[in-house]
Design a protein around this ligand. Structure first.
Ligand code: NAD
Length: 294
């Protein structure tokens, strides 16, 4: 059994990205630029936006962070997105979710120029991924497939079970596995006999949001397990922070699986690395250059 070190994989990838960014700057005469928009003061979102900005700068890219008041109107937010669409220095636009209730999320996402949609949430990119065209792919499943290919090499013919069917993780994960010629089953909250289905997986991806739902006896011996879940348990004592756990009972799973991503330190660090990868790809495409191998 091995733990898949997402932190190390992300660090190595970020180093390769930084080298490609330097080459891009030399060739084009400017740095790739990523704009991140945060509406409101949700503490978790604020931390994510801060680390995205920091990682962008560390990779040698230009970072534009827009922190807007929670009361910002939908019209004002759409106007900012359109301004960023037209800004030549901006190759990638990310609007941090969730948005306040008075803003129509899908309207905002669909206003982002698909060629700058580094989160890969625009219907154009979701559609391109579904039909097998070159697309900007959502960062979390893109990170998962990167880890799986590093771990297993060829995924062809393996049975992959994805638990979760969200547009952000489950569905694009299934599409990416299919593109790698895996045999894919998508399970979700209405699936019957989930445990038995999970036990048939050579690759098990858990993207549910339920702390330690997947137990050791849900896993086929020798399977590779990708735990996307990030769940905070209630704190043991008042004032303390609850422990972070995934969707998989890691210790139990370790006795059965061949390899598993830990939480934290597995899928999480890969997400930001893939955001940088997408920004670099978008920058190349916008300059009419071929995407660099990473
Ligand atoms: P979501 O709530 O949008 O989707 C959850 C999915 O799980 C749904 O499709 C639902 O059908 C399925 N589900 C719910 N209960 C189930 C059950 N009992 N049995 C089987 N399936 C069930 O969540 P999401 O945005 O896809 O995120 C999933 C998890 O991944 C969350 O814990 C989230 O925090 C985490 N996440 C992590 C990263 C990262 O960077 N590591 C990124 C995005 C999401």
């Amino acid at each position: 059994m091995s733990r898949i070190d997402g932190k190390a994989a992300a660090a190595a990838l970020r180093e390769r990205i930084a080298a490609k960014v330097a080459a891009f700057r030399q060739q084009v005469g400017r740095a790739p630029g990523l704009a991140v928009v945060l509406v409101g003061e949700d503490p978790a979102s604020s931390v994510y936006v801060g680390s995205k900005g920091k990682a962008t700068i560390e990779a040698g890219m230009e970072s534009f962070t827009h922190r807007l008041n929670a009361a910002t109107s939908e019209a004002d937010l759409l106007a900012l997105v359109k301004k960023l669409n037209a800004d030549e220095r901006v190759d990638g636009i990310l609007v941090q979710l969730p948005l306040p209730a008075h803003v129509d999320e899908s309207k905002v996402l669909d206003t982002i120029d698909p060629s700058k949609d580094v989160d890969g949430f625009h219907v154009i990119n979701a559609g391109k991924l579904a039909v097998g065209q070159e697309a900007l792919v959502p960062c979390t499943p893109y990170g998962c497939i990167h880890l799986l290919k590093e771990e297993l090499g060829d995924l062809s013919g393996l049975h992959a079970v994805v638990i979760g069917r969200s547009n952000i993780v489950g569905k694009p994960m299934a599409q990416l596995l299919l593109a790698e010629n895996a045999t894919v089953t998508i399970a979700h909250s209405r699936t019957r006999n989930l445990q038995e289905i999970a036990r048939t997986a050579d690759i098990l991806v858990a993207a549910v949001g339920r702390p330690e739902m997947v137990k050791g006896d849900w896993i086929k011996p020798g399977a590779t397990v990708i735990d996307v879940g990030i769940n905070r348990l209630p704190p043991a004592e008042e004032g303390a922070r609850g422990k972070l756990v995934g969707d998989v009972a890691t210790e139990e799973a370790e006795g059965v699986a061949k390899a598993i991503t830990p939480v934290p330190g597995g899928v999480g660090p890969m997400t930001i690395a893939m955001l940088l990868a997408n920004t670099l790809r978008a920058a190349h495409a916008r300059e009419g250059l071929e995407a660099p191998e990473l």
